[in-house]
Design a protein around this ligand. Structure first.
Ligand SMILES: C[S@@+](CC[C@H](N)C(=O)[O-])C[C@H]1O[C@@H](n2cnc3c(N)ncnc32)[C@H](O)[C@@H]1O
Length: 240
């Protein structure tokens, strides 16, 4: 059952042009503003992703603040919609000598130029609340991750007991396009998506610092044999 079916969602309030325009404005001050508050989530995501046995895709890499957090043995590709943000990520890679970063490209997270099942891990730190169609992005992440691999998300998920709920609602209604993200984001967007995909399984959902404002979600694309048996299983057994 959905946890937050009473949240309204106005998908027209954000589009890719709003997002690109917003991040062109954010790029020069992004690191100063968001380096510390998002750091615990980036660290948790990079630690989990670094266990992957193969290439990692970082979707919405932004200015690349998480790039130094992946283990040196990894092979990381970063994509982002915003050239302004990507330029800063490229400067960071050169400045910090991040040899594990194999490539940075401009791509839309909902239509990426990678072949199916290209990555052992696909991660998206603080991006799902930014894209106009989060389900389309999840579909695309699922397409490019290998069977047996993981999708790792970190983002704000609205909670009924959230002290910031009123602020979330106000921001959502009045300033979402200028901010470039959707402050109000119910868990049901992710939960319902997983429920509709027999080959996907929730591995971990955990609140993160600061103050449980952000959630790390790990979703496994099941190995093919397991996915087939989950599809065949009766509904009650599936979720028992
Ligand atoms: C809040 S920032 C997160 C950046 C970085 N991951 C971090 O942790 O600081 C969101 C990023 O997602 C990018 N983005 C938004 N929509 C996108 C899309 N459709 N495809 C690819 N990147 C997108 C934005 O340009 C921005 O760089």
């Amino acid at each position: 059952m959905s946890e937050a079916t009473d949240y309204s969602r106005d998908t027209d309030s954000l589009d890719n042009c709003d997002v690109e325009a917003a991040y062109a404005r954010w790029a020069p001050i992004y690191d100063l503003t968001f380096s510390a508050v998002f750091r615990p989530g980036r660290r948790a995501l990079a630690a989990a992703a670094s266990k992957a046995d193969g290439p990692i895709l970082d979707v919405g890499v932004g200015t690349g603040l998480e790039l130094p957090m992946f283990e040196p043995h990894t092979q990381v590709y970063g994509v982002d919609l915003s050239e302004h943000m990507l330029r800063r990520a490229a400067q960071r890679v050169t400045r910090e000598g991040l040899g594990h970063v194999a490539g940075l490209s401009k791509m839309d997270a909902t239509r990426m130029a990678f072949a199916d099942a290209s990555f052992a891990c696909v991660c998206a730190p603080y991006v799902l609340t930014v894209v106009p169609e989060p389900e389309a992005m999840l579909d695309e992440l699922a397409r490019v991750v290998r069977p047996g691999g993981e999708i790792i998300l970190v983002n704000h998920v609205s909670r009924k007991d959230d002290p910031l709920a009123v602020l979330d609602t106000w921001l959502d209604r009045h300033v979402a396009p200028r901010l470039g993200w959707r402050p109000q984001f119910p868990w049901s967007i992710i939960g319902d998506w997983i429920d509709g995909r027999p080959e996907m399984q929730l591995v971990e959902r955990r609140l993160l610092a600061p103050f449980g404002l952000f959630t790390i979600t790990r979703i496994q694309r099941l190995p093919i044999v397991q996915a087939e048996s989950r599809e065949a299983a009766p509904q009650e057994m599936e979720y028992a």
